[in-house]
Design a protein around this ligand. Structure first.
Ligand code: FDA
Length: 308
């Protein structure tokens, strides 16, 4: 299985396959398993329907690692339109943003400026910007940017970050973020990382996820636990029950198209659930990371493909 995971992660960076897939109707058809659609309107329609099922949403306009300033501004413009639409339609939704889509690899100042504008727009609309976390070469700079923005009084509470339990450093990052009052989304981590920065074994990633979940749940800040793993969810529920932490003080987060049954069950049990809804034409790297997490999805997709 780890070999298949590495193979899919390597494929997620293959430019030729990406170009072919994103421009083919077969590819677009397959991606609809995990992606809400190609246009903003598709994402808003899904958000509305998820809200009607009693769950909140975070919207992700797919794309990463832009290669020009113009592309970064265009990507940001979509997020500004999303924030406006969220406010106009009174959706229970916020946005998830990747700093490399905002030009981080071209210029950290460019990405920070764009993130600043988005956070200001979100703060004014009573919404929120979550900075997704990318590979470990970007962890420190992502933390630095989010901390600097969050330290500004007008942006306090309007910007948050993601922490990955596979990284050794995450426990000390979580301690610092709690001290700073910054909202965290905890996930296991989706990139291929070397063993000098990340736990190689799933058992260690899982026990770190549980350890960090408990630290977050105990803090006075509203955090998100992002996982489809029933063992992680059970551990969080049991810790919250033992420590009399009310379910209104945190949320579970899951990806669109994955374990919808579990999402609905948690809502019925009285927990807050937020669904991560990605959309857009640049779906290929996101889609391949989802296959990497569960290679059995390839068989599932193949079966469904012939049923269309
Ligand atoms: P794990 O991979 O151990 O899977 C547990 C079970 O969940 C599986 O047995 C299966 O039942 C189900 N499952 C998991 N993945 C599945 C899939 N693709 N298809 C079908 N079933 C699946 N990562 C990152 O590095 N940076 C980020 O910013 C984010 N953001 C983010 C937001 C949200 C809301 C979620 C849910 C996840 C992320 N991630 C992420 C991805 C995360 O790091 C991780 O790769 C996936 O969530 C898979 O890990 P699980 O915790 O679900 O457990």
């Amino acid at each position: 299985m780890p070999l298949l995971r590495s193979a899919f992660i390597a494929l997620s960076r293959n430019r030729l396959l990406r170009r072919f897939s994103e421009h083919s109707s077969i590819g677009t058809r397959l991606s609809s398993r995990f992606v809400a659609g190609l246009e903003i309107e598709d994402a808003l329609r899904v958000a509305e329907s998820v809200n009607k099922q009693g769950m909140a949403v975070t919207l992700d306009s797919l794309g990463e690692s832009v290669t020009s300033e113009l592309e970064a501004y265009k990507a940001a413009e979509i997020y500004h339109r999303l924030l406006d639409a969220i406010a106009e339609r009174k959706l229970n939704a916020n946005i998830s943003v990747k700093l490399t889509q905002m030009g981080l690899e071209l210029s950290p100042q460019l990405a920070e400026g764009i993130a600043d504008d988005l956070a200001q727009r979100a703060a004014a609309a009573g919404s929120f910007v979550r900075m997704d976390m990318e590979d470990s070469s970007l962890t420190q700079i992502t933390l630095d940017i989010v901390r600097r923005l969050h330290a500004r009084p007008e942006l306090r509470g309007a910007i948050g970050i993601v922490i990955q339990s596979y990284l050794y450093r995450s426990q000390s990052d979580v301690e610092q973020l709690i001290a700073d009052g910054i909202r965290v989304r905890l996930c296991k981590g989706a990139y291929k990382e070397p063993s000098d920065v990340a736990f190689p074994s799933k058992a260690d990633v899982d026990s770190n996820f549980i350890r960090l979940s408990c630290m977050l749940l105990e803090s006075p800040i509203y955090h998100g636990l992002a996982t489809h793993d029933e063992a992680m969810i059970a551990a969080a529920k049991s810790f919250a029950a033992q420590h009399r932490i009310d379910p209104s003080r945190f949320e579970f987060q899951m990806l669109f198209g994955i374990r919808a049954d579990l999402q609905r069950r948690l809502v019925r049990e009285g927990f807050n659930v937020r669904v991560y809804v990605p959309f857009g034409r640049e779906w290929y790297p996101y889609f391949m990371r989802r296959l990497a997490e569960r290679p059995a999805n390839v068989i599932f997709l193949a079966k469904n493909f012939f049923r269309f």
